[in-house]
Design a binder for this molecule. Structure first.
Ligand SMILES: [Zn+2]
Length: 147
């Protein structure tokens, strides 16, 4: 099942292969974040160069998939024709404490009109789209301790 309606553009890895490990990880139900092999700094999104030490030796590190809401918004205006009759949804910016507090964007699952609290703990949910060509898995977020 998909959180948002069908018809939205499907995400695909960049042609240069930079984010390929991330997308392969999501297919296995793993959340991977880029980390510098030289200085250990995490960064997101993926880059060819480490922002801290300017090294080119970057790797990927599996993280827990637990984070906290750093910021959020509730879009009401349909930004794509597929969202025309869909109503609001919640977009969260999630901070990952076990990955140097890098922040990832995603949807917050559940009632789209729910009260959202900054700092609330969330966990990654892997939403596979096996019928897509090519297949992909979206990372969504849900409250770790729903009330
Ligand atoms: Zn580095």
């Amino acid at each position: 099942m998909s959180y948002l309606p069908k018809g939205l553009p499907a995400p695909v890895p960049e042609n240069d292969g930079l984010d390929q490990p991330y997308w392969e990880g999501t297919r296995r139900g793993e959340l991977l974040v880029q980390r510098c092999n030289k200085c250990g700094t995490f960064q997101w999104g993926p880059e060819w160069i480490c922002h801290k030490c300017l090294g080119f030796d970057l790797g990927w590190h599996k993280v827990s998939g637990r984070g906290r809401i750093y910021s959020w918004e509730r879009p009401w205006h349909p930004v794509h024709p597929a969202l025309k009759d869909h109503g609001p949804y919640v977009v969260v910016l999630v901070e990952l404490p076990d990955a140097g507090n890098v922040r990832m964007l995603g949807n917050l699952l559940g009632d789209p009109r729910q009260e959202v609290k900054i700092g609330a703990e969330v966990e990654a949910v892997f939403e596979p789209h096996d019928d897509a060509k090519p297949p992909f898995t979206l990372v969504q977020w849900k409250l770790a301790f729903p009330r």
